[in-house]
Design a protein around this ligand. Structure first.
Ligand code: ZN
Length: 173
């Protein structure tokens, strides 16, 4: 009897965690650039395999990417199984593990340290970020940029990222 109860309780906890907590745990959005002029899911998958070979998930590091017309259509948004199954991301360092576990990673294809993103990318990024904020009740204070997080040593998403304009546009309806 005791064993049966243990199984019942474990099943209940598992169902609650996977059905209720897991897809609803998103609490942050972190924005990145790919630092390369070409990009799509397959390309970022190869980069992930090379640089993060110990990570067990065969998927890109981010939840979404926004194309720049080189590798995928300008302004289009793509994702893979990391988004599909609400898996954690591997887009920030261990110093910010909670932003990997509960943070949605969005990557703009391009090197925004060399030039600005395209207008279509900007429109898509803004729309996607607003939708995610609405869907997961994520506040403006929980929108972050990779290199601006404490404990991260990177310029990502680059000096040409329009930080101020983006935050202003997020605040306006
Ligand atoms: Zn980054």
């Amino acid at each position: 009897m005791k064993k049966r109860r243990t199984i019942l309780i474990s099943t209940f906890v598992f169902v609650v965690v996977t059905a209720i907590y897991w897809p609803k745990r998103w609490n942050y959005i972190v924005i990145h650039h790919s630092a390369g002029n070409y990009g799509n899911i397959e390309h970022l998958q190869r980069i992930h395999d090379q640089r993060q070979s110990k990570e067990p998930i065969h998927a890109i590091s981010y939840h979404y990417i926004v194309g720049n017309g080189n590798g995928m259509e300008d302004g289009t948004v793509a994702s893979d199984l990391r988004k599909k199954f609400n898996l954690w991301g591997v887009h920030v360092s261990k110093n910010n593990w909670d932003k990997n576990f509960r943070g949605i990673g969005i990557c703009i294809i391009g090197n925004l340290d060399k030039s600005a993103m395209t207008q279509k990318q900007y429109v898509s990024l803004l729309k996607l970020t607003k939708e995610l904020m609405e869907k997961h009740s994520i506040g403006i204070d929980a929108i972050g940029f990779h290199g601006k997080l404490e404990g991260e040593a990177t310029k990502c998403p680059g000096k040409f990222f329009p930080y101020e304009q983006f935050m202003n546009d997020l605040k306006s309806k």
